[in-house]
Design a protein around this ligand. Structure first.
Ligand SMILES: [Zn+2]
Ligand SMILES: [Zn+2]
Length: 99
């Protein structure tokens, strides 16, 4: 494949990742790999309190979805459910499914 074609394909893939429903995005290989990198970066510890249980990935911005792994890994942080809820200002009962 020519470099130009590869670039075009990668661009189309990024657009697809960016525009698919968020729920779908979380199932992609791209997100699974991204997620693992973020956990590695934070040594499997919550960025706010250091807890190591049931970590979730929090987006500081959704602007770079689909391109986070390549260039914007610093927009993602690992948080425990309690700290994650705090960042979203949600009551405890609503914290199960937040990103
Ligand atoms: Zn925490
Ligand atoms: Zn979040």
């Amino acid at each position: 494949m020519k470099a130009k074609d590869w670039q075009r394909e990668r661009k189309a893939e990024r657009r697809r990742l960016r525009t698919m429903p968020y729920r779908e995005y979380l199932k992609t290989e791209e997100w699974q790999v991204t997620r693992r990198w973020v956990l590695l970066r934070f040594e499997n510890k919550c960025a706010d309190c250091g807890d190591e249980a049931r970590l979730q990935i929090h987006h500081l911005t959704y602007e770079f979805r689909g391109n986070e792994l390549a260039k914007h890994l610093d927009t993602l942080i690992a948080l425990c459910p309690a700290c994650h809820g705090r960042r979203h200002n949600l009551p405890v009962s609503a914290r199960a499914n937040i990103r």
